[in-house]
Design a protein around this ligand. Structure first.
Ligand SMILES: C[S@@+](CC[C@H](N)C(=O)[O-])C[C@H]1O[C@@H](n2cnc3c(N)ncnc32)[C@H](O)[C@@H]1O
Length: 208
């Protein structure tokens, strides 16, 4: 490989990795905006489902305070290990290993659950949403932040039936409604991005 192609490769890697970081991203402004529709209150128990590197779990931990609790879940064991190290001094964050169709959350554990950029990965929505419903306390809320599939992102790790990397908001509403959640707010574009959306749901008392 020539020096020029090495440089090209390095630039490409930098662009790809910064793109991924940007896709996940931690943004104080987005978190503030989220709180307008999905208030995260002091002393509450909130799960961050598919927490990734835990940036959002940290923002939630500051909002719930020392008498609140954050449960950061992940299906990727490496990310679970990284978060366990990162949060070793953070008494109000617990890290939990989930499975693709199991949240890993205990029944009745949570007042609210954030699902940011994760919903489109769900392989068996019905199964994981049943688990999610059980994890929420009565009147608990769920916020789904995601994006529509019309993009060039790789389709790996996303079920075929989504039709690309992403999910349509109407599909999320349909699937959540069928499992005992009521839509209470819908915002699109979300956080300045036309393909992103926020959906906020309330857990109904019983499942259909
Ligand atoms: C694009 S990242 C988003 C990370 C984080 N929520 C954020 O907004 O920064 C998607 C994460 O979801 C995780 N994931 C995929 N399927 C999941 C599932 N069924 N349950 C929990 N996490 C899942 C992946 O391992 C990955 O870390």
């Amino acid at each position: 490989m020539t020096r020029r192609s090495n440089v090209r490769l390095a630039v490409l890697l930098l662009l790809v990795t910064s793109g991924v970081a940007c896709l996940w991203g931690q943004s104080a402004e987005e978190f503030t905006e989220l709180n307008r529709y999905f208030p995260i209150e002091q002393g509450t128990a909130v799960a961050d489902l598919g927490a990734g590197n835990g940036d959002w779990s940290l923002l939630i931990a500051e909002a719930v305070g020392t008498d609140g609790r954050v449960i950061a879940t992940e299906v990727d064991e490496d990310l679970v290990n990284d978060m366990n190290s990162r949060f070793s001094d953070q008494a109000n964050i617990s890290v939990v290993l989930g499975e693709q169709n199991r949240t890993g959350l205990e029944a009745d554990c949570c007042d609210a659950i954030l699902i940011r950029l994760v919903y489109h990965h769900f392989e068996e929505p019905e199964e994981i949403l049943t688990d999610l419903w059980n994890a929420l306390r009565p009147e608990g809320r769920v916020a789904v932040i995601d994006f529509t599939p019309g993009n060039n992102l790789p389709r790996s790790n996303v079920p075929e039936f989504r039709g690309g990397h992403g999910v349509e908001p109407d599909t999320v509403v349909e699937e959540m409604t069928a499992q005992g959640f009521d839509l209470i707010d819908r915002v699109q574009p979300w956080s300045g991005e036309t393909d992103r959306f926020l959906l906020v749901f309330k857990r109904l008392e019983s499942r259909p």
